[in-house]
Write a protein that binds this ligand. Structure first.
Ligand code: PMP
Length: 422
């Protein structure tokens, strides 16, 4: 069956699709933190459909909300009133600090960032955008310019987008010296944008880039610089939001800043195609009296599902759970790092963890080939992780937030065994 699916996909779906593993897995079922293939083999899912299945695969309460809403009304769009979108917007706004109270619903992270960029440009009257190297903000033609992962580069012109040096404490040229990284943003503004910018966008922990947490204190400095240059500050919470970092509900809170625009997707819907942009009434107002329409954005089914996700995260205390399980996982991985030279760096927060493999601890030479072998071995042992980073030498551990300490132990033991068998 897997072969048949694979051949059909190759024939009828675009050639840009890529898959994990030499022999791709044919997934037929998901249950909380587990996935099952066509042979009934169970896998521990430590990547959650790329950080998307927040509550768990087919979480009963989210599932129930989706099913019940689907039975009554699937779609009508925003030309009519519907309570689900209003209730969801109210609940989401209640999760936001400061004056971030106006919500636009979209269907994906790319759409959310596209809209945020549009608002930043309209509000500021400027064109220039600054994003960080090693970032991922989307695959649409606008957001591709913001995305600054080498592997995602296309040779297309990017309208006034500048990539500042990412403050990566492990590999960054300035170590954790946030002043030097902030100066780089200032230089981009002074020499690249004639002194004015529309906005700055960053993930607090770079997801696709390999769970790289921005050096502490960085965003505070940069937000000041950007605002002085007339720009707005955008936090991309597509991966870091909804309590995953454990310490805070939103990633930007870990840096003690208050953005002007927050974008979200992935975990907001536990797998439903859903995204949102939340901003202040003042910034949201730039779209007043303009046609800004999104056919599916916040449709009844997605809104009912999204509202259930928010409730589950609160009711099941998922943020505290992420902090607890995450620190256990990181502690155990750091102990494993002492045992194996190939583990160059263990980093992250809550259930957003990166393990970087190197062939030389001092030189930090990326162990690209070895990472690929470990990745396959983990799969054989029934553990699915994510792969990423600038050099493809990072395991990304971002499981559904119901992942337990036992699951973390299982993952670490599987990694230990895989490294021993290298
Ligand atoms: N922002 C971040 C931080 C992401 O990780 C992603 C997806 N990997 C996106 C935006 C784009 O989201 P989508 O694939 O839903 O368009």
């Amino acid at each position: 069956l897997a072969d048949e699916v694979f051949q059909k996909r190759k024939k009828f779906l675009g050639p840009s699709l890529f898959h994990y593993y030499q022999k791709p897995i044919n997934i037929v079922e998901g249950k909380m933190q587990y996935l099952f293939d066509e042979n009934g083999k169970r896998y521990l899912d430590a990547i959650a459909g790329i950080v998307t299945v927040s509550c768990g695969h087919c979480h009963p309460e989210v599932l129930n909300a989706i099913v019940e809403q689907s039975k009554i009304l699937q779609h009508a769009t925003t030309i009519y009133l519907h309570h689900a979108i209003a209730d969801f917007a109210e609940a989401l706004a209640s999760k936001m600090p400061g004056n971030l109270k106006v919500v636009y619903f979209v269907n994906s992270g790319s759409e959310a960032n596209e809209l945020a960029m549009l608002m930043a440009r309209l509000y500021s009257g400027n064109l220039g955008m600054i994003s960080l190297r090693n970032s991922y903000h989307g695959g649409s033609s606008g957001t591709l310019g913001l995305t600054a992962l080498n592997t995602w580069k296309y040779s297309i012109p990017e309208g006034e987008i500048h990539h500042a040096i990412n403050p990566d404490p492990y590999r960054g040229v300035f170590g954790s010296d946030v002043n030097s990284y902030a100066q780089d943003v200032q230089d981009h503004i002074d020499f690249g944008t004639s002194g004015k910018v529309a906005g700055f966008i960053a993930e607090t922990i770079q997801g696709a880039g390999g769970a790289v947490e921005l050096a502490p204190g960085y965003l505070k400095l940069v937000y000041d610089i950007v605002r002085k240059a007339g720009g707005v500050c955008i936090a991309d919470e597509v991966q870091t939001g909804f309590g995953r970092t454990g310490s805070h509900y939103w990633g930007f809170e870990t840096q003690g800043v208050l953005p002007d625009i927050v974008t979200m997707a992935k975990g907001i819907g536990n797998g439903l195609p859903l995204g949102a942009v939340v901003t202040t009434p003042e910034i949201a107002n730039v779209l007043a009296h303009k046609i800004q329409f999104n056919t599916f954005g916040g449709n009844p089914v997605c809104s009912a599902g999204g509202l259930a996700v928010l409730k589950v995260i609160d009711k099941e205390k998922r943020q505290a759970h992420c902090a607890d399980v995450g620190s256990h996982l990181i502690e155990r991985l750091k102990a494993l790092q002492q045992k194996h030279d190939i583990i160059g760096n263990v980093r992250g927060r809550g259930l957003m963890v990166g393990i970087e493999f190197v062939t030389d601890k001092k030189e930090k030479t990326p162990a690209k080939a070895e990472t690929a072998v470990l990745f396959e071995k983990m799969r054989e042992l029934g553990v699915l992780v994510g792969k990423g980073g600038l050099h493809g030498s990072v395991f990304r551990i971002k499981p559904p937030m119901c992942f337990t300490k036992d699951d973390a132990d299982f993952l670490v033991d599987a990694l230990d065994y895989s490294i021993l068998k290298l």
